[in-house]
Design a protein around this ligand. Structure first.
Ligand code: ADP
Ligand code: MG
Length: 345
C-alpha cells in the first residue's frame, strides 16, 4: 500500500489563471526517497501543502496509508513537514523546539525528554540542545528542524528544499547526512528541490514537474536516459540535452555523446557530424565546447562535454569531425514534444 497517494489532485488559487497543481497522480512506495523536481513556481510546495493538509484541494484526493484524508487537519495526518525556512522558534532552545510538537500533543515530560534525546543522537546534535537557533549554523538548524519532525514518528516526511539556505560545500555534506539519516530511519520521504544534481544524487525515484503537472516519474537513470518529453530531457543534465529538428521530428543527444571522431571505437552506428567550435569552457574535470553542428538537422547550436581524460586538441574557431552514436539519439514529436517511437534517423 502506498504511504502517500494523490489522484487527480488539482489546486487553483483564487484569481489564478493556471492551476498551481493540475490533475496530478502520484504514489510513493514504502520507505522510498522520492524527489519532486521542477523549476521554481511549478507547484512543488503547493503539492506538499496539499498532502500535509495545509491547503485544501480544488479537486482530486489525497490518501495516506490507503485512507482518504479530506477534512483531516494536518496534525492528524501522521505527516511531518520541514520547511525551506526551517521555521524554528527563535526564542526557544533546540531542545524546546524539538519537543514542541510532543508538548502540543500532551506527551508527558519524561517521554518527551527520552524522544528528544533519541532524535538528537540520531542527528548528531545532542551537544547543541541548549542553544538557541541564532547560536547554530545553517546545517545545525536544519538538523534541529529534522529532529522536531522526527519526534512525531511520522509515516512520511515532506521536505521542502531544506538545503537551499546552505552554501555549496555544506549542501553536499548535508545531502549525504540527510540521505544516510533517511536510510537509518526508513521513513518514506518526499523531498522537494529545483536542483537536478541534488535530485539525481538523492532520489530513489524522481518525479519531474512542470506547470503543476507531472511529466515523468522514474529512477534517476530512467529520467536521464529515457526522458518522456523535451522538458525532462532539457531540465535534467548540465549542460542540457542538445535538441534539433530533422524531417519534422526533434532529435536529441546528450553533450557527452558528442565526441571527437577517433576518441570513440569505430562503430557502424556512429554518425559523423562536423562541429564548428565557437567557445570553450574549461571546468577542470571536463571541457564544454559550444558551437554549431551539421549533419543531423541543418546547422544547429550544440554543446559537447569532453571529460579531462579526452585530451584531443579542439581549438575554438575551427571545424572538426565529431561523432554521435545512433543508439544515443532520442526522438521527440515536434507538436506534443513527447517521446516518439522512432529510433533511427
Ligand atoms: P514551487 O514550490 O514549485 O516554487 P509553488 O507551489 O510555491 O511553486 O507555487 C505554484 C504556483 O502557485 C505559483 O504560480 C505561485 O505563484 C502560485 N501560488 C502559490 N501559493 C499561492 C497562494 N497562496 N495564493 C496564490 N497563488 C499561489
Ligand atoms: Mg517552493
Amino acid at each position: 500500500m502506498a504511504v502517500v497517494e494523490v489522484k487527480g489532485l488539482t489546486k487553483r488559487f483564487d484569481g489564478g489563471e493556471v492551476n498551481a497543481v493540475d490533475r496530478l497522480d502520484l504514489a510513493t512506495e514504502e520507505g522510498e526517497y522520492l524527489v519532486l523536481l521542477g523549476p521554481s513556481g511549478c507547484g512543488k510546495t503547493t503539492l506538499l501543502r496539499l498532502i500535509a493538509g495545509l491547503e485544501q484541494p480544488t479537486a482530486g484526493e489525497v490518501l495516506i496509508g490507503g485512507e482518504q484524508v479530506a477534512g483531516l487537519p494536518p496534525r492528524a495526518r501522521k505527516i511531518a513537514m520541514v520547511f525551506q525556512s526551517y521555521a524554528l522558534y527563535p526564542h526557544k532552545t533546540a531542545r524546546r523546539n524539538i519537543e514542541f510538537p510532543l508538548k502540543a500533543q500532551g506527551v508527558k515530560a519524561a517521554e518527551r525528554a527520552a524522544k528528544v534525546t533519541w532524535a538528537a543522537e540520531l542527528l548528531g546534535i545532542a551537544h547543541l540542545l541548549d542553544r538557541r537557533p541564532r547560536q547554530l549554523s545553517g546545517g545545525e538548524r536544519q538538523r534541529v528542524a529534522l529532529a522536531r519532525a522526527l519526534v512525531r514518528e511520522p509515516s512520511v516526511f515532506l521536505l521542502d528544499e531544506p538545503l537551499s539556505n546552505l552554501d555549496a560545500k555544506l549542501r553536499a555534506a548535508a545531502r549525504d547526512d540527510l540521505k544516510q539519516f533517511q536510510q537509518r530511519v526508513g521513513t518514506t520521504t518526499i523531498y522537494v528541490t529545483h536542483d537536478q544534481v541534488e535530485a539525481m544524487g538523492m532520489g530513489d525515484r524522481i518525479a519531474v514537474m512542470s506547470k503543476g503537472a507531472l511529466r515523468q516519474v522514474g529512477t534517476p537513470q530512467d529520467v536521464y536516459d529515457d526522458p518522456a518529453d523535451t522538458f525532462v530531457a532539457t531540465f535534467l543534465g548540465s549542460p542540457p540535452m542538445n535538441i534539433m529538428e530533422r524531417d519534422h521530428v526533434l532529435v536529441g543527444f546528450r553533450p557527452e555523446s558528442l565526441l571527437p571522431k577517433g576518441v570513440v571505437e569505430p562503430d557502424d552506428g556512429a554518425i559523423t557530424v562536423p562541429f564548428t567550435v565557437e567557445r570553450i569552457e574549461y571546468l577542470g574535470a571536463e571541457r564544454h565546447l559550444i558551437g554549431t553542428v551539421q549533419g543531423i538537422g541543418g546547422a544547429a547550436k550544440a554543446r559537447a562535454l569532453l571529460p579531462s581524460t579526452v585530451s584531443v586538441e579542439v581549438p575554438a574557431g575551427e571545424t572538426h569531425d565529431f561523432v554521435v552514436r545512433e543508439a544515443d539519439l532520442r526522438f521527440f514529436d515536434k507538436q506534443s514534444t513527447l517521446k516518439a517511437d522512432r529510433r533511427r534517423l
